[in-house]
Design a protein around this ligand. Structure first.
Ligand SMILES: Nc1ncnc2c1ncn2[C@@H]1O[C@H](COP(=O)(O)OP(=O)(O)OP(=O)(O)O)[C@@H](O)[C@H]1O
Ligand SMILES: [Mg+2]
Length: 268
């Protein structure tokens, strides 16, 4: 019955070499130490765990920003980890990342229109500036922004608006898999909810699959279909959202759940 998952990760390891100074011994930091999971078509899997447990390294490995040490990551049946840069190039459109601060890597001198036009040209999705402008206007509307903002520059926007534009930059490419790494962590709680709802709506409407990386179980609860709990480079528990939140099996999951601030504490 179940269809082949869009992404199937098996026994993934990403280790970093550390030390190695004049007298220091070299050693390996096993940031990702043998994890397996899958993401089905149109599904949101969250990867949750405390700071430093290896969540971002998983995302960075799947987008070839870090080399894997071993393992397999089948995307539509082809192993991402074995691809050379030329083989991976088409996937640079299919697999998109949303970061905590999407503008950190952007050129502050470029307008939003210029910023969004570039990827459309690179991936051959627009043949002219006019065509690009049309797609940009449509996408800005989908993320709840007035299309006229395309003439403006990054510093003119609030955190929430920046993240909407970051989401537009991803959605305009019609990716198959979105990896969102702490996408709302830098935002105020009230803005967080708006941006989360937007991400969820766009994901549902377009049937995109998503790996949603977050240290915040409160946020994960809003967006996930399934949840994988990560601890020190490994996944200790995976399950449907309900199962993880209502009948957690692993002690670490129970500990994480008990540390979610209650609403009253958040407001106080
Ligand atoms: N390029 C690198 N070289 C060496 N060590 C690294 C590198 N990238 C990450 N690490 C280490 O790997 C471990 C996992 O880091 P990672 O950024 O994946 O954690 P994380 O779960 O995303 O944490 P956070 O919630 O703080 O974002 C950390 O100990 C980190 O210091
Ligand atoms: Mg991280």
């Amino acid at each position: 019955m179940t269809s082949t998952p869009l992404l199937r990760v098996t026994d993934l390891h990403t280790h970093f070499q550390t030390g190695g100074g004049l007298f220091a011994k070299r050693s390996w930091l096993k940031a990702v130490n043998g994890i397996s999971f899958e993401i089905r078509q149109g599904e949101v899997l969250s990867l949750v765990g405390e700071s430093g447990c290896g969540k971002s390294t998983v995302g960075r490995t799947l987008t070839q920003l870090e080399p894997s040490t071993s393992g397999q990551a089948l995307f539509n049946g082809a192993d991402i980890l074995k691809m050379n840069p030329a083989e991976f190039r088409p996937l640079r459109r299919d697999i998109q990342m949303i970061f905590q601060d999407p503008f950190a890597s952007l050129n502050p001198r470029l307008s939003i229109e210029q910023t969004l036009t570039e990827p459309l040209f690179i991936h051959g999705l627009a043949a002219s500036r006019a065509q690009a402008r049309e797609q940009i206007a449509e996408t800005l509307e989908r993320v709840g922004m007035d299309p006229r903002v395309m003439q403006r520059h990054p510093h003119e926007f609030s955190g929430g608006q920046r993240q909407r534009i970051g989401i537009a930059r991803v959605m305009i490419l019609k990716p198959k898999l979105v990896i969102a790494d702490e996408a709302v962590s830098a935002l105020d709680v009230s803005i967080q909810a708006q941006v989360l709802n937007l991400i969820k709506k766009l994901q549902r409407d377009s049937g995109i699959s998503m790996l949603f990386i977050s240290h915040d179980l409160g946020v994960v609860r809003h967006i996930s279909d399934r949840v994988a709990v990560m601890y020190r480079g490994q996944i200790v528990e995976t399950g449907d959202k309900r199962q993880i939140f209502e009948t957690p099996q692993h002690d670490y999951t129970k500990m994480l759940l008990s540390s979610i601030p209650r609403i009253s504490e958040r407001v106080a």
